[in-house]
Design a binder for this molecule. Structure first.
Ligand code: HEM
Length: 465
């Protein structure tokens, strides 16, 4: 061989070069660094504006949602080795997992709590994006992708809820599926397709298993990739700024590795540690084997549907279960098109006035919701007051019209009395509705006992087993 011809590369180096087009000094550290660089630079740009690193702006909530999804995929894959999706075997396989499999209980707890945490963290991420006005152009499309991701997160939780096949699962899904039947004309058909028949049975379990393990995760994977890609294409994170600062369009850049990836790694370690410690202390619930003949009293939906179940107590089912949640969802998706004020992007709660209007609206939401629930419980009986009308009108369309008029009036009041701008009025209305929904959810979870009667949480705890 002549002196100028380079020595042939060993096959493993050829393989490396064909996969990763980066110089490689040969030591293990440099190989690790190159792999990490490639992975991270697919997710992040090499430099980011220094302002976007303010932890109290994004709270790392988007990244945390992604981390929880990964954790769910890993623990879910482990659970698949033990779980059997058939009614007579599902419950036994969960019992075996908890008692016979090494760390089986811990893996189940981690999966359960991470799933619940994902609903909360994704919702908080949505609120952060809304409160900072980061949903406006050019991020309007990504907001829509986010709304779809939130729906998929709830769907993933709902389908997983049935899998342990205990009383909680069976009756939670019974209540959840009954909500679907209120969709006009096609409600019963949708419920039958979802359940795989007229009632919950082995076909339902198989349907939910397939949705939970393949359809929903694949859809999430696709939408998450689209979401991350759009964050980069939309110019990275919106730029945060103080209440009196003028809008910023450009900022000093810093390198991703030292300034972004390091704090991300710390935040990820802290949250995973907290989740592991929590899962070591608190077990995921498991009630006795599902019994279709023994309905618990009260039969409650999963906690994230309790707001809707509470609405059903106050409105005709079509209005409470379908029209109101449907309108709320439409409003959420349409937000970027209703409020496109570019001047307040990056400012928490829009402005100084926006901040105290937000506090006022949260207080108003609390008082009005609690007031309405108590009034409806003790005094208001619309079907008795309007006996000549069908209940869809007396207990549905009439209170819905009053609700919509009230919301419209509230928005007009904000503008007239407090000289709120259009975007401050939208913020006030959003917070009023959000607080109302949260209060309904809390009432449903903690203040409803047997027969869904209102009672104090300690009385609920004493009567419901
Ligand atoms: C599984 C669910 C989700 C994941 C994994 C996720 C992930 C992320 C990540 C990593 C970011 C960048 C960092 C950050 O803002 O924290 C981001 C930004 C963003 N997300 Fe999400 N997200 C999810 C759900 C949502 C939802 C429910 C919405 C709203 C409906 C949403 C809307 C947005 C928007 C508009 C941005 C850009 C924000 C800005 O520029 O300030 N995402 N998301």
């Amino acid at each position: 061989m002549s002196e100028t011809t380079p020595a042939p590369l060993p096959i493993w180096k050829k393989l490396w070069r064909s996969a990763v087009r980066e110089p490689f000094s040969g030591d293990r550290r440099s190989r690790l660094r190159i792999v990490m660089n490639n992975l991270i630079l697919h997710l992040h740009p090499s430099q980011v504006p220094v302002r976007t690193l303010r932890f109290t702006y994004s709270w790392g909530l988007g990244g945390l949602s992604a981390l929880l999804v990964v954790l769910l995929a890993v623990t879910g894959a482990m659970l698949m080795f033990v779980y059997t999706p058939a009614p007579e075997k599902a419950y036994q396989s969960i019992l075996a997992l908890e008692t016979l499999v090494w760390y089986g209980q811990l893996v189940r707890n981690l999966h359960h709590w991470a799933g619940n945490a994902l609903v909360v963290v994704t919702a908080l991420h949505l609120l952060r994006v809304f409160f900072t006005g980061a949903f406006r152009e050019p991020r309007a499309f990504n907001w829509l992708v986010g709304v779809a991701l939130l729906l998929l997160t709830v769907a993933a939780n709902f389908t997983g809820y049935l899998l342990p096949w205990d009383q909680l699962a069976y009756w939670g899904i019974t209540v959840g599926a009954s909500i679907v039947t209120y969709v006009p004309l096609i409600g019963n058909t949708i419920a039958q397709v979802l359940l795989g028949g007229p009632e919950i049975g082995s076909a339902t379990l198989l349907n939910f298993y397939a949705l939970h393990l393949s359809v929903i995760p694949l859809a999430m994977l696709f939408l998450m990739s689209l979401h991350f890609w759009r964050v980069r294409k939309d110019g990275g994170l919106s730029l945060p700024r103080g209440i009196d600062e003028p809008p910023v369009t450009k900022d000093e850049n810093v390198t991703t590795f030292s300034d972004l990836v390091r704090p991300e790694a710390v935040w990820a370690t802290v949250t995973v540690t907290a989740l592991v410690l929590w899962s070591m202390t608190v077990n995921a619930p498991l009630e006795p084997l599902a019994n279709p003949d023994l309905s618990p009293n009260p039969a409650k939906a999963a906690w994230y549907f309790m707001g809707i179940q509470e609405l059903l107590l106050h409105f005709h089912p079509l209005i409470g279960a379908i029209v109101i949640p449907g309108l709320a969802l439409l409003g959420l998706a349409a937000l970027p098109y209703l409020d496109s004020d570019m001047d307040s992007v990056g400012v928490y709660f829009r402005s100084r006035r926006g901040r105290w209007l937000a506090a006022l609206s949260a207080a108003a939401g609390l008082v009005l919701t609690v007031g309405y629930v108590l009034l409806d419980e003790v005094a208001l009986d619309l079907p008795a007051l309007l006996p000549s009308l069908p209940t869809l009108v007396s207990n549905g369309i009439v209170p819905l019209a009053a609700l919509l008029l009230g919301l419209f009036g509230y928005g007009a009041l904000m503008r007239r009395l407090f000289r709120a701008t259009r975007c401050e009025a939208t913020l006030s209305l959003f917070i009023l509705i959000l607080t109302g929904f949260l209060i309904l959810t809390l009432i449903g979870i903690f203040f409803r006992g047997p027969g869904m009667a209102l009672m104090w949480p300690w009385d609920v705890a004493a009567t419901v087993h």
